[in-house]
Each structure stands twice: as C-alpha cells, then as structure tokens.
Design a protein around this ligand. Sequence first.
Ligand code: ZN
Length: 355
Amino acid sequence: MHSFLELRQDLELQKLINVSAKLGRDPLQVQGPGGNTSIKRDGAMWIKASGTWLAEATERDIFVPVFAKAFAEAVRTRKPGAGNTRDFAAKVENAPPHHASIETCVHAVLDWPVVLHTHCVETIAVAVRKNAELLVSEALSDLEAVFIPYIKPGLDLAYSIIERTTPKTRVLVLGNHGLVATGNTVDGAEALLLEVSRRLSKLNEHENPPTLCAIPPEALGAGWMAAPSHKTQTVAFTEHLIEKLQANTLYPDHLIFLGPGCAIAEPGESVHQAAERASAGDASRKLVLVPGRGVAIPTDSTPAMLALANGFGEIITRIPKDAELTYLTKSQEDELINWDAEKLRQELNKKAETA
Ligand SMILES: [Zn+2]
C-alpha cells in the first residue's frame, strides 16, 4: 500500500489543501463546517476531519488518515458495522487527533483519487426541485453526471451511490444536499466542480434584487437580530418564496444548524412569539421570517449558524417562481436529528468554534 506519509508529502495533497481552503471560503460553495474533500492512493486516504472547516485548510491540519480500500470493501460487501468510520482510521505520526468526516464512506466508495464535495448553492437550488433528475441529465449529459435522490448522508448515501454509479461516473448531484466532483487530479476535479456550478446556475433565478431593508428593531424583541445578509432578507419580501417555505426543511445542514425549515410570523406576531409557536413540541426554529419585514436569527448565533443563514438566502432566492420542490419528510428530519454521528459533528464544530 502507498504510504500515508508519502501521500501527505505529495504535491497533490498540498494542492488539495489550497483548493479546499478556496472552496471553503466561498460562501456559494461551502457554508460553515459543511463540505469535505479527500485524496487517496493505493488504499490510503486523507480526508477532512468531522467538524472542521474547509476554509481553515491552509491554517491548520484538518486532514486525517483513513484506510479507504478496506472501508470501501466493508461498505460494498455490506459488512455489519461498515458505517463506523473510526474502525478504518489509520494511526499516522503527527496526524491531527480528529475523527474523519461523517461522509468518509461516500469518499471511500468512489474510486477516483480526488473527491470534492460542496454544498454549492447553484447545485442545491436545482437539487431541491421535483424535476431535478431531468434537469441534471439535460444540463450535465456530457459530464458523466448522476443524480442521487435524497437519502441520509453517510452509509445510506454510500449504498445508493454504489447502486447508481458506474466507474465512469465523475459528478454526483445529491438531491436536497449538494455536489460531488471527482478526478484523477485536484485541478481536474476543481475544474469539473466549477463547470457544474456554472451550468446549473443557468437553471436558477438571478433577478431577485437584494433588499436593503433589514427587519426593524421593534419587530425583533430581545435575543433576536436581523440575519446579516441582504439575500436572506430578500426572502421575506418575495411572496412565492414565502409560500415555498411553509413546508419542512430543504437540506440537512439547514436542519442541523437552524432547526426545521423556518418560523413564519403571522400578522401582529413578534419574532419571539413566532419562533415559540412554530417550535412547540419540535426542535426549535432558529430562523424567523416576518413577511414584508425581514428575517431574524438569535443574537447568540454561532459562526456556523450565520453561515447557514447566509446560505439559506443564496439558495432560496435562486429558486424560480414556477419550481416545485421536494422537502425532507418528517421521518427524514428525525433520522438526522437523532443521528449520533451528526451529534458528534456538532460537538466537534462547537469545540472548534470556541477553541
Ligand atoms: Zn454534504
């Protein structure tokens, strides 16, 4: 097997670190701790650690070593406990003491040496639509792209990828989730990822003028502030978007960091009252939309919550008026909220944010 240490010294890994930081700092590709990248050779893989931010890739060591071939084999043969990333962690001198990303099995089952996964807003704005599969096949037909309908990230997603891809597949558009681009080289995978974003952006709305009015202080009440993004504020002023948001969550990280969907204030209701009412008996909603006035989030929002609130505006305002959407079902929301690996990721993110 190729040595983990050799691969760590490889120029391609240095390139991956640079591209990871670039993608991580682009709010149209990655929001907060979302997204992950990896490089593998001869069964050895370095992959982003859970709870870390791609944006920090050049500032701190965020890649951890994993036995990718053994992991992929366990998943392919449906070995009991195949989804346990920790069992495939490699011990390498001076490697950071982090757990590998909860999406490691997805990277492991893709045979390409380089795998880049982002929560690209142009992609998600297409991937939440009922006709996403058709749109993807039309727009990306020559790029060996496959649409994977939403399924819980991690092991279930890896199984679905094995079923729906061939060794030729280079691009995955993940329903209600994001984008995966692969390649033999970091440059090739990055170019492919950007090309997919560019093509899918043509299917999206770019005409919504960002609003400049933020929600007035008297509508906010203690503990709430205007979401600091013009695009996010715009949602509250766009009738067809408010209508689309009456249902549940559109993609996992929104649920994980901001709660299910958003609370929509009724006439005369304060932000606090709307959040309380909408959250009763449920996970609490951290994003409150006051139609015609603006969008609020808690004043103690973490950097990850702010990044996701910003991404919400970027994604939602790109959805065309006539688009019909697929939402996560209540049981899909519940399985994410109660997922131990996801709880761990949030813990690690909190630690990283306060470190
Ligand atoms: Zn993801």
